[in-house]
Design a protein around this ligand. Structure first.
Ligand code: BGC
Length: 784
C-alpha cells in the first residue's frame, strides 16, 4: 500500500510559495484549494446526516436524517454510533464528499446551550466514547471525519467573540477529555472552535492546537478552522491551524505575505501546514463512487430512533397503551414535530412523517384535537375542544416541546410555551389520563409532572422519530434510552454564569450531575435516567483487580418481567481518599445489555485507570490519588443499586488544598477570589470593545450599531431577516444573531462575491468617522 501513498516531500517541492500560501485557505465554501494537479477535498456537515450543499445553492441534497446527537447519546451505545457514522459515510462517498464535519463532542455545560442538540452529553467519558465510535464508523467508509469544536464551545451568545474562562482541572478533566478520547479513533481532522479560551481565540491558540493536540496527544492530522473563525491568519498558522475555511477571498494570503515579509513567520511554517493538507488530500480524496441503500439507512434511522427514546415516567405501568383504548392526541406538534435542529447540521431529510402520520401508518385510530396555538386568541376554544375530545377517551397523548433549537442562538428559557403547560394542567385537572410526549431538544420544566401518567422523551429523533415514539407508546418497542444529560427542576439551579461575552466557568469540574450531586440538589430527571416496560433488578456485583487502577466489574441483572428488555448499566467511581477536590461520583463505564424476559444476564465492564485520574496541575499530568474508592453500579446517577469498595494504587499520596466553597460549590456563592485560586491567576479583565476610530474587519455590526454605517447595516439585516422566518421564530432570531455578530471579514469571505473587500473596508471606515474615504471604497467598482 505504501507505494501508492503520495510522496509528500516531492509534491511539496513542486509548488511555488504563492501556491502553498493559497492552499492554506479553502476554495469557495466547501473545498480545499487544489493547486496544480492536486484534487480538491470536498467537505460537508454534519453530525446527524449528510448536509451536502454547494457554493451557489445552500439547500442541501436530500439525505437520511438520523436522530440529533443529543438523542443518539441517549442510546449509550457506541456500536449504534458506529453504524450511524458508517451510514452517513456511505452517503458521503456516493455524493463525493471526502471529509465529514462531525462529530461534535463538546460538553453540554448549561441547559440553555444553543448547540446542545448537536452535542452528546454533559459527561466527558460518554461524549468522548460516542464521538470515537462515530468517527470509526465514518472512516470505515473511506470518508474522513473532522471532530469539532475544539474547544470549550458551550454557548452561542456572541459565539465568535465570547471567552470561556476555565481552570486547568476543569479544562483537562471535563472540556478536553472528550476530544482526547475521540482522537483515539484517529480522525483525519480537528476543527477549532469560534470562541476564545482564557482570552485567546481557539483558532490561534497554540496551547490547544500544538501543545495539547500535537505534542501531548500526538495528533498528526489536519487542523481546520470553523467557518469564519480565523482572525489573524499568520498567528493562527504559527499556532498550528493548517487550513482556514472557507475561502478568504484574498485576505489571508495578504496577511500571510505580510507576515512573511516582516519575518513573523517563515516558509517552514507554511510548509508544515501544507504537508498536512496534502496528507489529508491523499488520505481522503475520492471521486464519488457507488450508491447507498436508502432503505437500509432508513431502517438504521428507525433503529437509532427506537434506541434513543427515553421513557421518563410511567405511573403504575400506564404505558404501553393497547389498541382497543380510545385515545385522543393533542398538540400542534403532533402534526408537525421537529425532527432535528437548525443551522449547519440541518439535513434535507428524505422524509419526515409527523406523529399523526405515524399513528396512521401503524393503523392506530385516534381522535386529534389541536389543543393549543401560539395565537393566544384561539387557545380557549382549542382547550375546550381538547376537553371534549378527552371526555370520551381512555388516554390523552399531548405532544409538547419548545421550538426546534437553532445554531447561533442560545435558548432563553426552560419553560414550554405557556399554552402547552396550560393544556396539560387543565386536562389533568379535569381528571384525564395524560401522557406527555416531549419533542425538541433537551430539558424543559414540567410543572405538571406529578399529574401526568407518563412522559416520553421523543426529542429530535430524525426522520423516523415520530414512528418510533408511537411504537414506544404502544409497546411495539420496549424503551431503552437513558438521558445523557440532567433535566434540572428549574433554570435557577443551572446558574447564570452563562451566555456572557466573558463566561467564567466557576463551577470548575462540577458540571452536570457532578454539580447537582455535590450540592445535593434534587433534579427533575437525573443523568442516566430512563425506564423500560420491564423491571430489572441488579443482583450482585463482583470486582476483579486487573492492575493498580484497573478493574473488571461484573454485574448480574434479572429481567423480572415477561417482556424482553435492554438495560444500560452504569458504573461510577467515588473517590474516598480525601486527597483532592473531586465529584461525589463520576461515570467510569457503562454497558447496554439485552435481557430476555424472566432471565438473568451478566454485564462485565472494564474500569480503566482513566476513571480514577485527576489532573494534577502542579505536575501538569493526570495522576491517581492513592487510597480507597467506591465502585457504584447504578441505573442512573440518582439510582444507586450496588456498591463495593476497592483500594486503588495511585502515584499521588499527598493532599491538595482548594477553596472551601468547593465542598458545596453552589455557583452563586463562588466568588472571583475563590475561582482565581483554582485558575492560579487573576481573571483577566475582558478586553474593551473597540471604539470609533479603532474598528477593523474583525468587528461586527453589533460593535458599530450606534454609528451611522452600523445603523444602516443593521436596518438592512433586519429587512432581510423577514425572509428568514416568522416573527419571533428561532430561525429569524438565529439569522439576526449571526448577521449582527459575525466579523465583517467573515461576512465578506462567505458572501460569495455579494460583498467586495472594498465594501467591507468601506463600511468600517465610515463607522470610524471617515465618511469620504469609506464611501469611495464602498462605491469602488473593482476589487474581489
Ligand atoms: C459551524 C460548524 C460547521 C461549519 C460549516 C459553522 O458555522 O459552527 O459546526 O461545520 O459552520 O457549516
Amino acid at each position: 500500500m505504501d507505494e501508492e501513498k503520495l510522496d509528500i516531500e516531492k509534491t511539496l517541492a513542486y509548488f511555488t510559495l504563492d501556491e502553498k500560501t493559497r492552499m492554506l485557505s479553502g476554495d469557495g465554501l466547501w473545498h480545499t484549494f487544489g493547486a496544480g494537479e492536486m484534487p480538491r477535498v470536498r467537505m460537508s456537515d454534519g453530525p446527524n446526516g449528510l448536509r451536502m450543499t454547494d457554493d451557489e445553492n445552500l439547500s442541501a441534497v436530500p439525505a437520511t436524517c438520523y436522530p440529533a446527537p443529543s438523542m443518539l447519546a441517549c442510546s449509550w451505545d457506541p456500536a449504534l454510533l458506529y453504524s450511524v457514522g458508517a451510514g452517513i459515510g456511505k452517503e458521503a462517498t456516493a455524493m463525493g464528499v471526502n471529509l465529514l464535519l462531525a462529530p461534535a463532542v463538546n460538553i453540554k455545560r448549561h441547559p440553555l446551550g444553543g448547540r446542545n442538540f448537536e452535542y452528546y452529553s454533559e459527561d466527558p467519558l460518554l461524549a468522548g466514547e460516542l464521538g470515537k465510535a462515530f468517527i470509526s464508523g465514518v472512516q470505515s467508509t473511506g470518508v474522513g471525519a473532522c471532530v469539532k469544536h475544539f474547544a470549550a464551545n458551550n454557548q452561542e451568545t456572541r459565539r465568535m467573540y465570547s471567552d470561556s474562562v476555565i481552570d486547568m482541572r476543569a479544562l483537562r478533566e471535563i472540556y478536553l477529555k472528550p476530544f482526547e478520547i475521540a482522537l483515539e479513533a484517529a480522525p483525519e481532522a480537528v476543527m477549532c472552535a469560534y470562541n476564545k479560551l482564557c482570552g485567546e481565540y481557539c483558532s490561534q491558540n497554540e496551547f490547544l492546537l500544538t501543545t495539547v493536540l500535537r505534542d501531548e496527544w500526538g495528533f498528526d492530522g489536519a487542523v481546520i478552522s470553523d467557518w469564519g473563525a480565523v482572525r489573524d491568519r499568520s498567528r493562527a498558522l504559527a499556532a498550528g491551524l493548517d487550513l482556514a475555511m472557507p475561502d478568504s477571498r484574498g485576505l489571508f494570503e495578504q496577511n500571510i505575505n505580510a507576515a512573511l515579509a516582516d519575518g513573523s513567520i517563515t516558509e517552514q511554517t507554511i510548509d508544515r501546514s501544507v504537508r498536512r493538507i496534502l496528507r489529508l488530500t491523499d488520505n481522503v480524496y475520492l471521486e464519488p463512487y457507488g450508491d447507498y441503500d436508502a432503505d437500509e439507512n432508513d431502517k438504521l434511522a428507525y433503529n437509532a430512533a427506537a434506541a434513543c427514546i427515553v421513557l421518563l415516567k410511567n405511573d403504575n405501568g400506564f404505558l404501553p397503551l393497547t389498541r382497543d383504548m380510545r385515545v385522543t392526541v393533542c398538540g400542534g406538534l403532533a402534526d408537525n414535530a421537529p425532527i432535528q435542529g437548525g443551522g449547519s447540521s440541518h439535513v434535507t431529510a428524505l422524509k419526515s412523517p409527523s406523529p399523526l402520520d405515524a399513528f396512521g401508518k401503524r393503523g392506530i385510530e385516534i381522535t386529534y384535537c389541536r389543543g393549543y396555538s401560539s395565537d393566544a386568541k384561539q387557545n380557549d376554544r382549542l382547550l375546550r375542544e381538547a376537553q371534549d375530545g378527552a371526555a370520551a377517551s381512555d388516554a390523552v397523548i399531548v405532544y409538547v416541546g419548545a421550538p426546534a433549537p437553532q445554531e447561533g442562538i442560545d435558548r432563553t428559557t426552560l419553560d414550554l410555551p405557556p399554552e402547552q403547560d396550560r393544556l396539560i394542567t387543565e386536562l389533568t385537572a379535569a381528571g384525564h389520563r395524560v401522557i406527555a410526549v416531549l419533542c425538541g431538544a433537551g430539558p424543559v420544566r414540567m410543572p405538571w409532572i406529578n399529574r401526568v401518567r407518563a412522559v416520553v422523551y421523543a426529542g429530535l429523533n430524525g426522520q423516523n422519530g415520530a414512528l418510533a415514539a408511537v411504537d414506544a407508546l404502544y409497546g411495539r418497542i420496549n424503551p431503552r434510552g437513558k438521558l445523557a444529560e440532567t433535566f434540572p427542576l428549574d433554570l435557577s439551579d443551572a446558574g447564570d454564569d452563562f451566555g456572557k461575552e466573558q463566561t467564567i466557568y466557576r463551577e470548575s469540574i462540577f458540571v452536570g450531575y457532578r454539580y447537582y450531586d455535590k450540592i445535593n440538589r434534587d433534579v427533575l430527571f437525573p443523568f442516566g435516567h430512563g425506564l423500560s416496560f420491564s423491571e430489572i433488578s441488579y443482583d450482585t456485583m463482583t470486582v476483579k483487580r486487573i492492575g493498580d487502577a484497573e478493574f473488571d466489574v461484573t454485574v448480574t441483572l434479572t429481567n423480572k418481567s415477561a417482556r424482553d428488555a435492554y438495560e444500560i448499566v452504569q458504573l461510577y467511581v467515588a473517590d474516598r481518599t480525601g486527597r483532592v477536590m473531586c465529584a461525589q461520583k463520576q461515570l467510569a463505564g457503562y454497558m447496554k445489555v439485552f435481557i430476555e424476559g424472566q432471565t438473568s444476564t451478566v454485564a462485565t465492564v472494564r474500569i480503566k485507570r482513566r476513571a480514577f485520574e485527576f489532573f494534577n496541575v502542579e505536575n501538569n499530568a493526570f495522576e491517581v490519588a492513592d487510597g480507597e474508592y467506591k465502585i457504584i453500579a447504578a441505573a442512573s446517577a440518582a439510582d444507586v443499586r450496588l456498591t463495593a469498595t476497592v483500594k486503588v494504587n495511585g502515584e499521588f499520596s499527598g493532599a491538595q488544598q482548594y477553596p472551601a466553597v468547593y465542598v458545596c460549590p453552589i455557583r452563586s456563592k463562588i466568588t472571583d477570589a475563590d475561582f482565581e485560586q483554582l485558575l492560579g491567576a487573576p481573571i483577566e479583565k475582558p478586553q474593551p470593545r473597540p471604539q470609533r476610530g479603532e474598528y477593523t474587519l474583525d468587528c461586527c455590526i453589533t460593535d458599530i450599531q450606534h454609528t451611522f454605517a452600523g445603523k444602516i447595516a443593521k436596518r438592512a439585516v433586519m429587512r432581510r431577516a423577514d425572509g428568514a422566518g416568522e416573527p419571533n421564530s428561532p430561525e429569524r432570531a438565529a439569522f439576526i444573531a449571526s448577521a449582527l455578530n459575525t466579523p465583517l471579514s467573515a461576512v465578506y469571505a462567505m458572501s460569495g462575491g455579494a460583498m467586495t473587500a472594498n465594501q467591507a473596508k468601506g463600511v468600517m471606515e465610515i463607522a470610524n468617522g471617515k465618511l469620504f474615504k469609506g464611501l469611495k471604497l464602498v462605491l469602488k467598482k473593482n476589487g474581489r
